[in-house]
Design a protein around this ligand. Structure first.
Ligand code: SAH
Ligand code: SF4
Length: 342
């Protein structure tokens, strides 16, 4: 089902939440049943050359202790993922100039040579040659949120960066046959019902394989420290609308939900989300990956992160899947079929 802009705005304003949330769950069950895919996320560096106004890892934040994982630490985190029978890893980090593109490519090759894992990258905006190198090395998926659909807002919040370039990067990823993920932060300063509705339409038109959306959480060491957090209710409505309009996309219930409000990660699973991504970052540095306050704060070691996620899945009334959870969208693209919206 596709909504027009005014229908989206009405639903964002709470026209009929019981219907909206039940319909999102119905659509999710029609494609994914009651299964939830797990992705083990390894946050391998908190250095970043970018200065995004919303993010605690921004380069101007001189108060945080920075870290980089050693290759041995990354490998032991990967082994931990494999031991737990999780079949996808996500490598995420700031845009850290310390690592060359070749170094990352060698890391990807070393992982795929040894393990049967789907590899998702979330390493920020990169040029197409670098993305090609990593794809050829064995990476399958890439997450790059566009963050907001408001171009002016984007330039203010990401100094020196152009919204169109981010969009072009997403298009390059698609051409390189990655499973492509994107999304926004709900409740960034400057967001309006109109711009949020445009984001919902624009993201849907991108025909994404993965859609990651979470609420804005103000970080005390950023220029947005005094801004209000994004609303959980508005985020849930956004997620439900996105699910209904994108039945075949993998959609995580993000950790930002839980940081904003206890229990919100379960609520998101119940309204159509089908993915959850426990942090497998080693305990030594886990809490330093402080994109927003509370990130990775709840659990210390990876076993606890996974156990907590299993508990959430159970409580929400779904079932853990052991599969790599390839995007149904990608399968259809490869078969040359168009996806019929429900
Ligand atoms: N450096 C990479 C990946 C790490 S940041 C990148 O920027 O793409 C991962 C995501 O964290 C960002 O895409 C952004 O959407 C989210 N994020 C950053 N700061 C946030 C905040 N204060 N509240 C909510 N989400 C935030
Ligand atoms: Fe860096 Fe990503 Fe944070 Fe921006 S959002 S400062 S690119 S880690």
């Amino acid at each position: 089902m596709i909504f027009n802009k005014s229908e989206i705005i009405e639903n964002l304003q709470g026209k009929n939440d019981p219907w909206l949330f039940a319909e999102a769950d119905r659509v999710r069950r029609s494609v994914f049943g009651d299964e939830i895919f797990l992705r083990g996320i390894i946050e391998y560096t908190n250095y970043c050359k970018q200065d995004c106004h919303y993010c605690g890892l921004r380069r101007s934040n001189r108060t945080i202790r920075r870290y980089r994982l050693t290759p041995a630490e990354i490998f032991s985190a990967v082994e931990m993922v494999v031991d737990q029978k999780i079949s996808t890893i996500v490598l995420q980090g700031g845009e850290d100039p310390h690592y060359s593109a070749d170094w990352i490519a060698d890391l990807i090759k070393a992982i795929v040579d040894k393990f049967d894992l789907a590899i998702t990258l979330s390493l920020g905006q990169q040029n197409p040659e670098v993305l090609r190198l990593w794809r050829e090395a064995g990476a399958n998926r890439y997450l790059l949120r566009i963050e907001t659909w408001n171009r002016e807002n984007y330039c203010q919040l990401r100094p020196g960066r152009q919204w169109e370039n981010r969009l072009n990067c997403l298009k390059a990823l698609r051409e390189l046959d990655y499973e492509v993920g994107s999304g926004i932060i709900v409740g960034l300063p400057g967001e309006t019902p109109d711009s949020l509705a445009e984001a919902i339409i624009g993201l849907t038109e991108l025909d994404l394989d993965m859609i990651g959306i979470g609420p804005f959480i103000a970080h005390p060491q950023t220029p947005l420290k005094d801004e209000p957090n994004g609303s959980i209710t508005l985020t849930l409505r956004t997620l439900a609308l996105m699910r209904i309009m994108n039945p075949f996309a993998n959609m995580p219930s993000t950790s930002a939900m839980e940081c904003a409000e206890k229990g919100a990660r379960i609520a998101a699973l119940k309204i159509g989300m089908n993915v959850i991504m426990p942090s497998i970052t080693p305990e030594r540095v886990k809490k330093l990956y402080n994109i927003y306050p509370g990130k990775n704060a709840a659990s210390d070691d990876s076993e606890h992160s996974i156990a907590a996620v299993m508990e959430i899945i159970k409580e929400a009334g779904y079932r853990r899947s052991y599969s790599q959870g390839i995007s149904p969208n990608l399968v259809r693209r490869r078969q040359g079929k168009t996806i019929k919206q429900q």
